[in-house]
Design a protein around this ligand. Sequence first.
Ligand SMILES: [Zn+2]
Length: 199
Amino acid sequence: MPNKSTSSEIIMTVRETQAAEPQITQAPVRTIHKIVKYGDPVLEKPGATIKRFDAELEQLAEDMFATMYASQGVGLAAPQIGKSIRLTVVDVTTGKNPEAKIVMVNPEIIHAEGEVREEEGCLSIPGFRGYVVRPQFVTVRAQNAKGETFEIRGENLLARAFCHELDHLNGVLFLQHLSILKRDLIRRKIKKLRKQGEW
Ligand SMILES: [Zn+2]
């Protein structure tokens, strides 16, 4: 899920800037994955349950944070980088607060309440947004990258990010929560972009 201010133009600028700057930190080198776009079947199939908790999984989660920050997103699910597994990362501070990083493996919503209608977008559907009703409060039970079970409660944007990313793990995109009219409009525009080679 992208940050509210994100547009495709901003994404391009950030990527170009980062590519031009030399690495000055001593942090491990992270792999920035390519984010798959709407139309790729991996986005519309449920991810597999994760059973192996190892260093590889921890690294993948960190690479997903790096990939998400590079696109100014607040959430990213493994299917969005072409991996059909139940792993997602969320950080509604877009990297400003390391404490706010949340890794969720095999997550499920165990409680939801309230309703908020707010505009939403998706890193896999860049340039398009729509109003989606989500719960105001959501409690998720998940495992961390080490396999330890935890519960976390989110409100407003965080609750929205949880719902959006968990949807991804079930092969559901925010388009499916829009009116048929709005959804078809976006689909038609994407089809046109694809024909022009711009998608
Ligand atoms: Zn998304």
